[in-house]
Design a protein around this ligand. Structure first.
Ligand SMILES: NC(=O)C1=CN([C@@H]2O[C@H](COP(=O)(O)OP(=O)(O)OC[C@H]3O[C@@H](n4cnc5c(N)ncnc54)[C@H](O)[C@@H]3O)[C@@H](O)[C@H]2O)C=CC1
Ligand SMILES: N[C@@H](CC=O)C(=O)O
Ligand code: NA
Length: 442
């Protein structure tokens, strides 16, 4: 705090806001700006005034209560206007969003963005531009939608030592898995519903292949451990391989499948492992009750213990709430002539490889039903030094199945075990392999 921003506020003047993008989130940002105009002015100490709204398709009907002359297809011109104080970016993607934000900051504007893909790919360039220009860069909407998560990590917990962050950070995939679990709808149907509800990214591959959750995990890990983590540091698996069989296997075990994001320090505190993958969790686990597009994140720290953040992780209005919260903050900073805290990456913690990470697996095997099968299967586990916690046989004859749950082992050993099981003559098919979290000793 305390640095002078590069574009001083003139008392009595409104703060001019440029909005980039007017889709699911942008529309709701405009609505809140217009509906709460008087309250926002009172909270900030100056009114906010829309300077322009950059759009891509001018002919399209937009249900927003503003003067149509505010719309422009010249986003680059808008962010360079001398009267623009604050820029809100809700376009998404890397380019042109990055160039627009850099130009905005070089023009002395503070920025608010919901763009986790950009922050996780190249946050360093953006934060450097914010520092260079003495402006704010806020991004509460980028992780967990409406849930206050960035600010608690960046500010409230800045005096503590965080050990682990674990949660559900993608609304679309949680919605799909929830619908598959509770209503038995297909993956494709559930995805279409999530798109219609405004939860999915413009390209839903970003959601279902885990890219969106990986970007959010990188942002959370960087904040939690005061280091720089990019999306490419995150081990990522999406939910496209999760089958109805996996969901049924989870049900039979008293579990539910969730796409989890986990960032944790190794016990010596020297490395951080960051991963996104589907996992079975017991139905009694608090994350199992996170339904539809809701998100929830647990933070475990040395002094505070366990904290849980829960709320709407996606959707136009919830995301706009977080954007407006940031907008009020950067506007207040501008009025008072200072900036908020920037990035904290002093720790430079190394990334822990996924192969060395301790996880546990649930494996369903379709097996030949004869004496000695269990021994051959157990031998494969023993050869890789993977300890079995439970094993049970289901069905008989052609339907015989072995369901194995392991104790924790390195992910490398578990992967090699599954590869060898697939080669075993008595194993007809490895029908389901999934990591297990939140069960017993982890
Ligand atoms: N929808 C959600 O639930 C959430 C979205 N976000 C993030 O918010 C951002 C926006 O997401 P949505 O509103 O859902 O996407 P959207 O696809 O509904 O809206 C993006 C808008 O930007 C416009 N656009 C694209 N290129 C442009 C350009 N060069 N100039 C001007 N406009 C341009 C598009 O035409 C579209 O109307 C993304 O970064 C997304 O990851 C973050 C949290 C939740
Ligand atoms: N597509 C994202 C939107 C919010 O970040 C999600 O589904 O969570
Ligand atoms: Na948030």
């Amino acid at each position: 705090m305390g640095e002078q921003s590069s574009k001083p506020y003139k008392p009595g003047q409104p703060l001019k806001v440029a909005l980039l993008g007017c889709g699911t989130v942008g529309t709701e940002v405009v609505r809140l700006l217009v509906e709460s105009h008087g309250d926002l002015a009172a909270r900030i100490g100056a009114p906010l005034e829309l300077a322009g709204i950059a759009i891509r398709r001018p002919g399209r009907h937009r249900d927003v209560p503003v003067d149509p002359d505010l719309f422009t297809t010249d986003a680059a011109g808008l962010v360079r206007r001398p009267d623009v104080d604050l820029v809100v970016e809700v376009i998404g993607g890397i380019e042109p969003a990055r160039s627009l934000l850099l130009a905005a900051m070089d023009n002395g504007a503070s920025v608010v963005t919901a763009n986790k893909a950009l922050l996780a790919a190249d946050g360093a360039t953006l934060f450097a531009a914010a520092d260079r220009n003495g402006v704010d860069l806020y991004y509460e909407a980028a992780v967990g939608g409406a849930i206050p998560l960035i600010r608690p990590l960046r500010e409230s917990l800045a005096g503590d030592r965080i050990r682990r962050v674990l949660g559900i950070v993608n609304g679309t995939t949680n919605y799909i898995l929830d619908r598959m679990d509770t209503s038995g709808v297909s993956f494709e149907e559930a995805l279409e519903e999530a798109q219609a509800l405004g939860y999915a990214e413009p390209d839903p591959t970003a959601d279902v292949e885990g890219f969106d959750a990986a970007a959010k995990a990188a942002i959370l890990a960087g904040l939690a451990f005061h280091t720089r983590v990019t999306a490419s540091d995150v081990h990522r698996e999406g939910i496209t391989q999760v089958s109805a069989t996996d969901v049924a296997s989870a049900k039979a075990m008293g579990c539910v499948v969730k796409l989890l994001a986990i960032a944790e320090l190794t016990p010596d505190g020297k490395r951080v492992g960051v991963r996104v993958h589907p996992a079975m969790i017991p139905r009694t686990h608090p994350l199992a009750s996170v339904r539809e597009a809701y998100n929830a994140v647990f933070v475990e720290s040395a002094a505070a213990g366990q904290l849980m953040f829960y709320g709407a992780g996606a959707g136009g209005a919830p995301t706009a709430s977080a954007v407006l919260g940031d907008l009020v903050t950067v506007a207040r900073n501008r009025v008072r002539g200072h900036r908020g805290s920037g990035e904290s990456t002093y720790a430079s913690v190394e990334v822990h490889p996924m192969g060395d990470t301790l996880t546990r697996y649930h494996i369903s095997l379709d097996v030949v039903d004869r004496a000695g099968v269990l021994a051959s299967v157990a031998d494969v586990f023993a050869r890789h030094e993977v300890s079995i916690q439970t094993v049970r046989q289901e069905g008989r004859g052609a339907d015989a199945q072995l369901v194995v749950v392991t104790h924790q082992a390195t992910d490398r050993a578990l992967t090699a075990t599954v590869e060898d099981l697939e080669r075993l003559e008595v194993v007809r098919d490895v029908s389901s392999v999934m990591r297990v979290e939140g069960w017993g000793d982890d």
